[in-house]
Design a protein around this ligand. Sequence first.
Ligand code: NAP
Length: 268
Amino acid sequence: MKTENIRIIVAGPRGKMGKEAVWLVHRTEQFELVAAVDSKNNGLLLQDLNGMPEEDTPVFDNMETCLQQIEADVLIDLTAPEAGKHHLELALDYGVRPVVGTTGFTQQDVERLREKSEEKELGAIIAPNFAIGAILMMKFSQMAAKYFSDVEIMELHHDRKLDAPSGTAVKTAQLISDIRETKEQGHPDEKEELTGARGASVDGMRIHSIRLPGLVAHQEVLFGGSGQTLKIRHDSMNRESFMPGVKIAAETVLTLKTLVYGLENILE
Ligand code: NAP
């Protein structure tokens, strides 16, 4: 028996991530691309846009209009922080399950949106990092934090990224925080001669954000102990690295009745 296709809207199809997501949906047998939401190109078909597959999928420049006109199961959002939050809420209002890779959600945003998804009994996934290797990096970092309480996180991204620090860096710090005793690192009398030299502080840990052309998405978690250091590093070399995670999320979100934050919470 053939199972029903999962009908998917992709928001941000001209973007670096959105483009990969369009191709992922296009080549996945049980996925169907029913619409795209782009800040430009209203009224065109997806195939009219540069580098897109031959699909006569309609393009909308407004999420609400799209949701009013198109029957869909899942929205994959890869846009920008404010747009992502708005799109997620609208999707829940229209009974569509959001899979959001857009970063820049605060803990308060997540809590508010979780309440809404539970009210509506609709699953939602926000994953600041869809790369499975990055999830393992976070898990290994949490394991290491049990033995090394001093740690600095360096996240490195391309210079078009809008938010800093990255969602992955914040998430890593939270996972480490859950394991270690609260600790203010560094010398108690430490003084920054230049503001920002020591990075951002999360529960006494420091996060350093590096932005350079040529980078994609990378993170290094550096632990220090007596006479030794331990470095755990993950590199996404291109945006294809995120797509297996997007696929798993688009399938799994249909089985959920709450919002899940973080791909690690849906991987077995
Ligand atoms: P990008 O290349 O700048 O693409 C963003 C796209 O979203 C652009 O085409 C932009 O259109 C479009 N957009 C912005 N606001 C919109 C709106 N209101 N409606 C429809 N489209 C809108 O960025 P990217 O590298 O693809 O990243 C997109 C997001 O994913 C960012 O938040 C990034 O941090 C995140 N990200 C997540 C992961 C993950 O694994 N979860 C990995 C990489 C990146 P215009 O050009 O017209 O503004």
